[in-house]
Design a binder for this molecule. Structure first.
Ligand SMILES: [Zn+2]
Ligand SMILES: [Zn+2]
Length: 404
């Protein structure tokens, strides 16, 4: 597995090579075609000046709770999306497949996934979803050591195959006790889908005393602002107000391909983690330090200090020249990321072929002609990045500078 992925990474630098690989694949071998297809669906963002940019999904399910696939399938999807790390986070207390898949050891999903990922460079993170009604709701604990210790059933139901009876019995143990058990294992914990309409019928996330107290006491560290097909500005504001790490996840139960259509250019929501190294420990450190940006549809959402270095690594401007005998400048804007950047020019110049809106395609370039009025040696191009948010309603700004 490792050899194949390294080969693809090298080929990806040359479009011609990828194209010929695709052609060869369709003519001869099945494997090559799928390698090229996987390269196209890889979620890719450049490293920043100070950190590696790791692509992480911290919330998924398998048949070991209410998902519909075996854990190995989650690993295969993650490899196709070229994630750096994956957590399978089963509901501890919700076991709808209990009759068919009874299991006493709640670490099984992790163990199977970790085994499936053994010969790859995917990091599998052990995690669980603590599942209660409002106000606790659902809380993911990741980087735990033993999921069994986060579940306690004092009075087991007489029918051991009834998932409803199991759920009732399991939810009697207070959520706060499960959180304390996870904290004893040094878990990173985040509040899941705080705007879930089943628990917040108007879809608006609001901090409550339970989560506010845990955030204050160091027992809640992050919050989902993007989950599946949904994004929440209120959750983003809660994160900023309570110093919580911004998290984006798939929370996938079925297949990534069904939910996000990567073959049509879609992608699962992920958390971009700015880590010192590609290790589980470095990811955990970065999460506790809040060094993340969420990638949801075409939106990048992050605190200014984390979003800005990512934008600087992703967007660049080059090759300033003036059209023959004119003071019309031509520059090339390049994008090294998966995001299609929607820029609004915020300076004094005007353009030859557009008004103030410019889109720089994912992993692409565009040439723009600018009218500075005279031949300048240096051009500063200030932009508002309209698909990058640092707070609700607040867009990131970036000035690209090009010199002759
Ligand atoms: Zn949930
Ligand atoms: Zn879930």
């Amino acid at each position: 597995m490792i050899t194949i992925r390294l080969t693809v990474a090298r080929l990806a630098h040359g479009t011609m090579l990828v194209a010929s690989l695709l052609f060869a694949g369709s003519a001869h071998a099945h494997g090559n075609a799928s390698i090229a297809a996987n390269q196209a669906r890889a979620i890719e963002f450049p490293d920043t000046a100070d950190y590696q940019t790791l692509v992480v999904d911290l919330h998924t399910h398998s048949v070991f709770s209410d998902g519909h696939v075996w854990p190995k399938t989650r690993v295969e999807e993650a490899l196709r999306d070229q994630l750096d790390a994956l957590a399978i986070t089963e509901h501890l207390e919700y076991q709808p497949h209990l009759r068919d898949i009874p299991h006493l050891d709640r670490n099984r999903a992790y163990d199977i996934a970790a085994d499936a990922a053994k010969k790859t460079d995917l990091i599998v993170i052990r995690g669980s979803e603590i599942t209660r009604d409002y106000p606790a709701g659902h809380i993911n604990a990741v980087f735990i050591e033993d999921a069994n210790k986060l579940l306690k059933i004092e009075n087991p139901p007489s029918d051991s195959t009834s998932s409803a009876a199991f759920s009732r019995a399991a939810r009697k143990w207070p959520a706060q006790e499960a959180i304390k058990a996870a904290h004893a294992q040094n878990a990173f914990m985040f509040w899941n889908h705080p705007y879930w309409t089943r628990q917040s019928p108007d879809g608006i996330a609001r901090i409550n005393d339970f989560h506010a107290a845990n955030a204050r006491d160091g027992l809640l560290h992050g919050i989902e602002i993007a989950n599946g097909q949904t994004y929440s500005e209120e959750a983003l504001q809660i994160a900023l107000d309570n110093d919580l790490t911004l998290i984006g996840v798939s929370d996938v139960h079925d297949l990534i391909d069904w939910d996000y259509k990567p073959h049509e250019g879609g992608h699962r929501p992920v958390t971009l983690v700015f880590a010192k190294a590609k290790t589980a420990g470095a990811i955990k450190d970065a999460l506790f330090a809040g060094r993340t940006v969420v990638w949801f549809r075409n939106l990048l959402i992050g605190r200014e200090q984390h979003l800005q270095p990512l934008l600087q690594a992703s967007l660049s401007v080059s090759t300033l020249r003036y059209l023959n005998g004119t003071a019309v400048a031509e520059v090339v804007l390049s994008n090294a990321s998966d995001a299609a950047f929607e820029l609004r020019y915020n300076g004094d110049y005007t353009f030859m072929f557009s008004a103030d809106r410019i889109t720089v395609p994912a992993h692409g370039q565009i040439t723009v002609q600018i009218k500075p009025g005279k031949k300048l040696r240096t051009l500063d191009l200030p932009f508002v990045v309209e698909n990058a948010l640092t707070a609700p309603g607040k867009y990131a700004q970036l000035t690209l500078t090009v010199a002759r």
